[in-house]
Design a binder for this molecule. Structure first.
Ligand SMILES: NC(=O)c1ccc[n+]([C@@H]2O[C@H](COP(=O)([O-])OP(=O)(O)OC[C@H]3O[C@@H](n4cnc5c(N)ncnc54)[C@H](O)[C@@H]3O)[C@@H](O)[C@H]2O)c1
Length: 715
């Protein structure tokens, strides 16, 4: 034994080869936390002191290689300034530089996930052999930062600038075959052969059959581009990356800047440029927001796993009632993720439609080479369409997704309860009807809860699991377990009109209706909110949700919360509804939609719409951008605060993620609570006072005022 610590060890193998093995005690994965970084320094000291070593093998003792830096240690950095942050990357850069300059060759066996710092240490090694079971990547830009341990320096020198920028700008995970093709690794081996192949490679280098010195020179010298080539190349790359990332996500462009700036530099100078870029990004609100989202997502995942453990049995088979837009989507997603599903409707056309939707989605996967035709056949066969309740007593869970009508739902739920097993769980996908109320039709209300998917089911990650007054832990646990199996993000919420997401979305639409009433141009509002980060503005979103659906849901919300959601005017949205303009579904709403060549609806403007709504809107007025944002966002933010205060949702983190995953709230803002923390409650209060005349939806809650007085924040 040359060195041993709680995170890694160095041993001497036959043939004077040293093995550096990462194996973090008490953890399921290896990561570069501060302790591991310090241990690596000590291990390198020990290696320096050991005589006669001819080569270094780098391995992992876990199923993953190294998943990256310990993100939880990052949060303390964000409050600091650029100069305080720079040393954060320094120690490990010294480690990796020492590793890269050992007086003998090194080879790494990448057995599993090697992400971020996990891949950067591999890049510092002379030879990389990757298991077919492994994945590699530099995902830092997804967190609003950039690789800070030499990734921006070494990767472009190994695989070329264009490819390296794509890896870093997208943060994508790469399979072994792609990594080999790009030249990021030297060989690929099956998991059993990995160690032997890596050792054999190392031995060849020791024997002088593979030249590791020239590799080092290339990796640590200037990029092989002359000035003209560099100018053209970086110009094109910047335009492309800028367009893909958008102006709200500065990290991908920074990656390109850093590579360009350091292209002619020595290793040390290039690492300095990288450290500066890293520190500048780490001080941005965007980085804090994206890291916050990452950590909240881990928290949410853990909660969902804990719920799943509470379920008395796993979900192995399911059924869905109603084969419409939602039922068809649920059947597809369940089958895709390996849970066979019965799909029941009362009409053959419904079943045909549900199946053809699933067929279309699967055919797309096959066409993109992401699925074999055989697999597609298997998945389709695991959807069992029917008009009756054939063998419904065999399923673990039934999701009801029939028309949004309380009477129909009561009848369907009661009928279904009669044909399923005593311990089977029933869940409703209703968007507006109280779960507690729906349960009144049931003999076993404890076995019932809400399971609210978002449209389109396959694309939207969120599922709200709604706890009615009588829902048991088992009902919630099994429903969450099913959401997990379907690859969805489950947030458990309490029953109330709109549940969580719609309850806060409709005040936002309320803000929109008032702005239009007061003379704002709906297109201008859309533009401002899209620039603010929303994937689509409120008018466009209302069209996509469906104006009929929206008007119906707004009515339910107004009944539930009349003090702040009952408008005292007729809205432009209602006018659209009366004119049978239901939005994207029938091709006309605030905008009009014509299918493009591929059948995708494209948005167009019909100036006539302004005449249609003229009677309910005031004189056209110009609004300041900041006022539009405040008038749109305040009602949503305040309602979300109410939900947290009332315990509809348990934590700010879950609430923030629910809006990111359910309605596409801009991730770079980290969520609504994160946004309020960033701008400050004092700013929110100022805006609330300014727009107090718009009604109670704009009034801060007592608790918010108290938080402001005490200087409290949500995170
Ligand atoms: N469309 C959305 O955006 C969306 C989003 C979330 C939740 N939801 C909710 O999902 C549910 C379904 O909505 P949808 O948009 O899929 O509706 P849809 O009209 O597309 O489909 C409803 C289907 O239910 C079938 N049906 C009616 N009565 C039935 C019965 N007794 N037994 C079996 N099937 C029956 C109909 O034939 C139809 O195929 C509603 O509760 C809705 O509020 C909809």
């Amino acid at each position: 034994m040359i060195y041993q610590s709680d995170s890694l060890s160095v041993t001497r193998l036959d043939g004077d080869i040293a093995e550096l093995n990462f194996d973090l005690k008490g953890e399921s994965v290896n990561k570069f936390n501060q302790a591991t970084v310090n241990d690596l320094t000590a291990a390198l000291d020990a290696l320096d002191a050991e005589s006669g070593i001819k080569g270094l093998l780098v391995t992992s003792g876990k199923p993953v290689f190294i998943v990256g830096a310990d993100i939880t240690e990052f949060t303390s950095l964000f409050g600091a300034g650029v100069e305080e942050i720079k040393p954060f990357t320094g120690t490990n850069n010294k480690n990796f530089n020492r590793l890269a300059a050992l007086p003998y060759p090194s080879a790494v066996a990448i057995n599993g996930y090697a992400m971020g710092g996990g891949l950067e240490i591999c890049l510092a090694c002379d030879f990389r052999v990757m298991s077919t079971a492994a994945k590699v990547g530099l995902p830092e830009t997804k967190l609003g930062i950039l690789p800070g341990w030499g990734g921006t320096v070494r990767l472009p020198r190994i695989i070329g600038v264009d490819e390296a920028v794509m890896w870093m700008a997208t943060g994508a995970e790469k399979k072994a075959e792609d990594a080999l093709k790009a030249g990021a690794v030297d060989a690929v081996a099956g998991p059993e052969a990995l160690r032997d192949v890596t050792l054999a490679t190392l031995q060849q280098a020791i024997d002088g059959k593979l030249d590791y010195e020239s590799r080092r020179a290339r990796k640590h010298g200037p990029l092989p581009l002359n000035d003209t080539e560099a100018m053209m190349s970086f110009f094109t790359i910047k335009a492309m990356v800028g367009q893909q990332a958008g102006k709200n996500y500065p990290a991908p462009i920074k990656v390109v800047d850093v590579i360009e700036q350091a292209r002619g530099m020595s290793l040390e100078d290039a690492l300095d440029v990288e450290a500066q870029g890293f520190a500048e990004l780490a001080t941005t609100d965007v980085a804090a927001a994206l890291v916050g989202i990452f950590l909240s997502d881990q928290f949410l995942g853990k909660k969902a796993k804990d719920w799943e453990k509470k379920a008395s049995k796993p979900v192995q088979s399911a059924a869905v009632l109603g084969a419409g837009i939602m039922g068809g989507g649920i059947a597809y997603q369940s089958a895709l993720k390996g849970v066979p599903i019965k799909m029941k409707d009362i009409a053959q056309e419904g079943l045909d439609l549900g199946l053809s939707e699933a067929n279309k989605l699967l055919a797309k996967r096959v066409a993109r080479g992401r699925m074999t035709p055989d697999k597609m056949g298997d998945i389709l066969n695991s959807i069992d369409p029917m008009l009756g309740y054939d063998r419904f007593d065999e399923v673990d869970i039934v999701v009801e997704a029939v028309v949004e009508n309380p009477k129909v739902k009561h009848a369907v739920l009661a009928e279904t309860e009669g044909v399923i097993a005593e311990d089977a769980i029933l869940a409703s996908n209703t968007s507006t009807i109280s779960i507690t109320y729906l349960a009144e039709a049931l003999k076993r209300p404890e076995n019932f809860c809400g399971m609210h998917f978002f449209n389109p089911v396959h694309a939207m990650p969120l599922v709200e699991v709604i706890r009615g007054e009588k829902s048991s832990d088992e009902a919630v646990a099994r429903t969450v377990a099913y959401a997990n199996r379907m690859g969805k993000k489950a947030v458990v919420v309490k029953d109330c009109p709109g549940f969580l997401v719609n309850r806060v979305l409709f005040p936002y639409f309320g803000g929109f209706n008032m702005l239009v009433r007061d003379g704002a141009d709906f297109q201008a509002i859309d533009k401002v909110m899209e620039r603010w980060g929303w994937p689509m503005g409120p008018a466009y979103l209302m069209d996509v949700v469906g104006i009929d659906t929206g008007v119906h849901a707004a009515g339910v919300m107004a009944e539930g919360f009349p003090d702040r959601m009952q408008p005292d005017f007729k809205s432009a949205t209602e006018v659209m509804f009366e004119l049978d303009r239901y939005g994207q579904k029938n091709g006309k709403g605030f905008y009009e939609y014509v299918p493009d060549k591929r059948g995708k609806p494209t948005k167009t403007v019909n100036e006539e719409v302004y005449n249609m709504i003229a009677d309910v809107v005031g004189d056209r007025a110009e609004f300041e951008r900041e006022d539009i944002i405040a008038r749109m966002m305040l009602p949503m933010a305040i309602e979300l605060a109410r939900c947290l205060e009332e315990g509809i949702v348990e934590t700010a983190a879950e609430a923030d993620l629910a809006l990111v995953y359910g309605v596409g709230f801009p991730p770079f803002r980290g969520g609504i609570f994160r946004w309020m923390d960033t701008v400050g409650l004092a700013h929110i209060k100022e805006a609330s006072d300014k727009f107090a005349h718009l009604g109670k939806a704009y009034e801060l809650t007592d608790r918010m005022n108290e938080m402001l007085a005490n200087g409290e924040t949500y995170y």
